[in-house]
Design a binder for this molecule. Structure first.
Ligand code: HEC
Ligand code: HEC
Ligand code: HEC
Length: 182
């Protein structure tokens, strides 16, 4: 979604959310203007509100980056969480072991950070059930890689990447924004 499409979308949701209240109180036009003013004010105060607040699923990149999408969808990065070997090691072996050795939580947190990074960024701890993971964004997605801006600490290591959802997709070497993306 582009910057302006995002604003349009947000305006639409504000419009929808005030609709039940406007029966007698507001004229439709007044309510719409009010909604627009609220959105403009929000965006003015904090420009980052105009950006996507959520990561995009890789399928959103499919229409334009067809070949990359195809390669990615067949890759282990896409399946890093869903593949049965990982699921069995993590859910059947590691999680039950944590009951006996709580320190293993740190290990599990590292598995989560690498194998399901978007869930990790949301939870900031290890996954304890499959329901915590959005199935559309369970693995190492396009968006997680292309929104990483750096890492915390002195060296890059397990899960110390810095990434937040943005409609700016970082590419090779330079950080040109992709104005057409997610
Ligand atoms: C509507 C079409 C469209 C969609 C959808 C789209 N892109 Fe792009 N993307 C482009 C075009 C066109 C370019 C090349 C022009 C540019 O750099 O802005 C590009 C460039 C890029 C680049 C290179 C930027 C650079 O600095 O060279 C990356 C990375 C990228 N896209 C990632 C993504 C990701 C990740 C998604 C899905 C979340 C996505 N794109 C969705 C059209 C799209
Ligand atoms: C594991 C991390 C990772 C994932 C997953 C990933 N990328 Fe990339 N992508 C990179 C890196 C690193 C580069 C820069 C490669 C280089 O410098 O040669 C890149 C380059 C690109 C480029 C610009 C160069 C080109 O070949 O056109 C685009 C566009 C792009 N990726 C889109 C995507 C899309 C779309 C997806 C998902 C379908 C995706 N990437 C998944 C890490 C990733
Ligand atoms: C630093 C990132 C990182 C961490 C931490 C990590 N993995 Fe992985 N894991 C990978 C990568 C990359 C691969 C694919 C390359 C390979 O097979 O060596 C992989 C491969 C695997 C595989 C083989 C099947 C697959 O999913 O590709 C399993 C199973 C697995 N990891 C389980 C785990 C478990 C369980 C933990 C936590 C105890 C863990 N990993 C921690 C990055 C990581």
């Amino acid at each position: 979604m582009t910057h302006s499409a995002q604003i349009e979308y947000e305006m639409k949701s504000v419009k929808n959310s005030i609709r039940p209240f406007m029966k007698n109180t507001y004229e439709k036009g007044t309510a719409y203007t009010l909604a627009m003013a609220v959105v403009c004010l929000m965006v003015y105060i904090n420009p980052s509100l105009a950006r996507s607040a959520e990561y995009s699923s890789s399928s959103l990149c499919r229409g334009c980056h067809t070949d990359i999408y195809k390669q990615h969808s067949e890759s282990m990065h896409e399946k890093s969480f869903t593949n049965p070997v990982f699921q069995s090691q993590y859910f059947n072996e590691l999680l039950p072991q944590i009951e006996r050795e709580p320190d293993l939580r740190i290990e599990a947190e590292a598995c989560t950070a690498c194998h399901s990074p978007i869930a990790y960024l949301k939870l900031r701890k290890h996954i304890t059930s499959k329901e915590q993971v959005n199935p559309r964004m369970s693995g190492v997605t396009c968006d997680i890689c292309h929104t990483i801006t750096g890492y915390t600490g002195k060296r890059h290591g397990n899960g110390n990447f810095i990434s937040k959802p943005s409609d700016i997709k970082l590419g090779p070497f330079k950080t040109n924004p992709c104005n057409f993306c997610g």
